[in-house]
Design a protein around this ligand. Structure first.
Ligand code: HEM
Length: 439
């Protein structure tokens, strides 16, 4: 290997040592795009991260090669905007339940402190349970609770991961994780078997994620001329488990930071509410109206720029590769810090750390200097399959809240974004004052 100076390109690439592998940190948006686009197929997901992800769910994020291609095609279909429109009533129902609960807990008073971070975790868990399973929402909810516990356990486990073989020891944590995994699997297989039976009998309601995924699984295998479905039941279980991990906390932190920033910038809160009331009045938001929300979209993009839920992506050179004029040996890992690119003054201007949704007035392409540098959902073939889902969910949630409440930060709030599995408010009890909107 050459000396580390060889690995620095224009001050935006630096070599660091993390664990047993050399890591190259890439903070140049052009190289960032080149790696994520992976046109020559030389980059794969970082193998050490894949091992941790597999502990939680064996799904799209951990698949490689042909299996990933086949699954991605089926899942893309399930997350297509047209399909998501059919799921909109489920999004609306969960958001309305949330504001109903907030309203009830306020009783006669005008002002109340609400800890929105756990509230949004519950909301996004409910949404994924309802959107994924439709009428089997009850089982979905139980799965969501178990998966939330699994995610917390996985963070604990990652902290002791460096002890070789530790995860195979019968510790309390390992035993609990195994028991949870078994229970989730049983519940999911039960829901899938029930749905398969209903599909055969011709009375399945296929407007949910599970139904759409099972339908496109059958279509895909028919197109390939195979009598066997492309995805097995175990594969579907893996993908459903993944949706909880990939989609729950990410969207919950997006909504949380959106509430924080709109509390800090009441002028933008007013503009967003004005838009929501102009488009929907007090009616339930519909997909046609959601498409017309320009201010709310600009706000969500700016929140994702300042507080990207996923801070860093990892790629590994699976073979010797040339990048920015430097040749790297196979096995080098590239750390792609989304958060650094999103806070680079050379890319966004001197006001980079300010909340200015107007940057996105002309869309994403025009928001940064020279070339697009907005990567909250990644980029290239592995780009987040759930980004339409997440934005629809966030727009629905925020619109319904704005229709019913005005909000400001509680005096007890301390601003301290903290990277856990996602970028979260460190002081978990994240209080905000809310009161009924006079509009
Ligand atoms: C604000 C919310 C979200 C953010 C910021 C986000 C971010 C990301 C990012 C950065 C990646 C790329 C990872 C990589 O390249 O290694 C990704 C992948 C993925 N996301 Fe999301 N995500 C969000 C919501 C969701 C939702 C709601 C779902 C599903 C319900 C979802 C499902 C997935 C899946 C399955 C992948 C793997 C794609 C693949 O490997 O082909 N995400 N997400």
């Amino acid at each position: 290997m050459r000396n580390h100076r060889d690995y620095c390109i224009a001050g935006k690439v630096a070599l660091t040592w993390f664990g047993p592998e050399p890591r190259v940190v890439v903070a140049d948006p052009r190289l960032f795009r080149e790696i994520l686009s992976n046109k020559q197929g030389q980059f794969g997901k970082q193998r050490s991260i894949l091992r941790i992800e597999r502990l939680l769910a064996n799904g799209l994020t951990t698949h490689q090669g042909d299996k990933w291609v086949a699954h991605r095609r089926i899942i893309n279909h399930a997350f297509h905007l047209e399909k998501l429109k059919r799921m909109l009533p489920a999004f609306a129902e969960c958001s309305s339940e949330l504001v109903r609960r907030w309203g009830d807990s306020m009783g006669q008073s005008d002002v109340q402190e609400i800890d929105v971070w756990p509230e949004f975790q519950n909301l996004t868990g409910d949404v994924i349970s309802r959107v994924a399973f439709g009428s089997s929402f009850g089982e979905g909810r139980k799965i969501f609770q178990l998966q939330s516990e699994q995610a917390q356990n996985a963070v604990k486990m990652a902290n002791v991961m460096y002890i070789p073989g530790y995860r195979f020891l019968p510790t309390k944590l390992n035993t609990r994780m195994k028991a949870n995994a078994r229970e989730v699997e049983l519940l999911l297989k039960g829901v899938i078997t029930k749905r398969e039976r209903a599909m055969k009998d011709g009375h399945a309601d296929n407007d949910d994620l599970l139904g759409v995924m099972m339908e496109s699984n059958i279509e895909e295998s028919q197109e390939a001329g195979s009598s066997m479905p492309t995805m097995t039941t175990d594969d579907i279980v893996g993908e459903l488990k993944l949706f909880y991990f990939a989609g729950m906390e990410t969207t919950a932190v997006l909504l949380t930071w959106a509430m924080v920033l709109l509390s800090m910038h009441p002028e933008w809160q007013d503009r967003a509410r004005e838009e929501v009331l102009r488009v929907f009045g007090k009616n339930q938001p519909d997909s046609e109206g959601i498409n017309r929300l320009k201010v709310v979209t600009m706000i969500l993009y700016e929140v994702l720029r300042l507080y990207p839920p996923i801070l860093l992506l990892g790629r590994e050179a699976y073979k010797e590769t040339e990048l920015g004029g430097v040749t790297y040996p196979a096995g080098v890992t590239f750390a792609l810090p989304i958060v650094c690119i999103h806070h680079d003054p050379d890319v966004w201007g001197e006001d980079v750390d300010e909340f200015k949704p107007e940057r996105f007035a002309e869309g994403i392409a025009g928001a940064s200097k020279n070339s697009p540098a907005f990567f909250p959902f990644g980029r290239g073939p592995r780009i987040c399959v759930g980004q339409n889902f997440a934005l629809l969910e966030a727009k629905m949630g925020l619109s319904v809240i704005l229709q019913h409440f005005m909000f400001e930060l509680s005096p007890s709030y301390t601003h301290s974004p903290c990277p856990v599995s996602t970028l979260q408010p460190q002081h978990g009890s994240h209080r905000l004052s809310s009161r009924n909107s006079k509009n």
